[in-house]
Design a protein around this ligand. Sequence first.
Ligand SMILES: C=C(O[C@@H]1C=C(C(=O)O)C=C[C@H]1O)C(=O)O
Length: 362
Amino acid sequence: MTEAEQLAILRDQIDQIDQQIQTLINQRAQCAQKVAEVKQASGGDVQFYRPEREAQVLRRVMERNQGPLSDEEMARLFREIMSACLALEEPVKVAFLGPEGTFTQEASLKHFGHSAVTTPMASIDDVFREVEAGAVAYGVVPVENSTEGVISHTLDSFIDSSLKISGEVVLRIHQYLLVGTNTRRDKISRIYSHSSSLAQCRKWLDQHYPTAERIAVSSNAEAARLVQSEWHSAAIAGDMAAQLYGLEKLAERIEDQPDNSTRFLIIGNQEVLASGDDKTSLMVATRNQPGALHDLLEPFHRLGIDLTRVETRPSKVGAWNYVFFIDFAGHAGDEKVQTALKEIGQRVSDMKILGSYPKGVL
Ligand SMILES: C=C(O[C@@H]1C=C(C(=O)O)C=C[C@H]1O)C(=O)O
């Protein structure tokens, strides 16, 4: 058989498979439309988007996957199919820490898929406000970076907010050195980026651009926008910003830590049901007395609950009062977790459950 004949046979097979996939995806979409009707018929405050169900669907996709496509790749495809199906019910509206092209936008699309309607906000406060005002159903904000540590502004925002956490998403952060088409590559004297990104690439910059001035700006996307027109400047930003502003990549993956990643939180008003593999975030206030932190954490230890993070922040009321942000494995509806929460509630001056939500799947 000639090469052309072999290709013709294989392409014919692909065409037939595509036709089947397309029919099946539309059948799936019709089911989602019926789900929407059922949800609407029961009245009240209809929750079209169900984070726990989506997490279960994606986990099952990964568990049963046989390859050759990787589990992550397969889950990403299903992420988009679900996003499109949900958009038939009602497109989910999301505010993110902007401008367009930030890692937070990338995280939003990774979590909700590309059929979500995403709106950039100028600050973390604005993301909280937009969700509180009901202009969007969800917000996406960064909370910690594996190299840079906690984003304290996000944690502090929960102190005065009644919003809940309904999900988390972890994004591998790859940084690029970007230039505009008119940039003189041999004359780069300024490098713009957000302060965290400059910090994430400090060693690389010391080695490759030791004399260039490092200028911290409000976001990586803003850095990318600035260098479009400056012939002696470069920006450090992600892939999305590079594409959005039509910049060229002078160097790829320049982050000092190869596993550099950022965790983002999804905030909203929704109480999320248990998905089977969940996390709970708690905020408690204690007086500054000896053993306070030990007392607080002891029930977790005794009940065998896995703590994933503990952060301390100064409280906004009174000097030397502290707020602890505690993340642990389990859902607030679990019996063991309820026991722990009851005990902790008796040991602290104030306690707020920020939310139980599925552990990040993708
Ligand atoms: C179809 C549903 O509604 C939405 C769409 C989903 C999907 O496409 O699988 C899953 C959960 C919801 O976000 C549902 O609740 O089952």
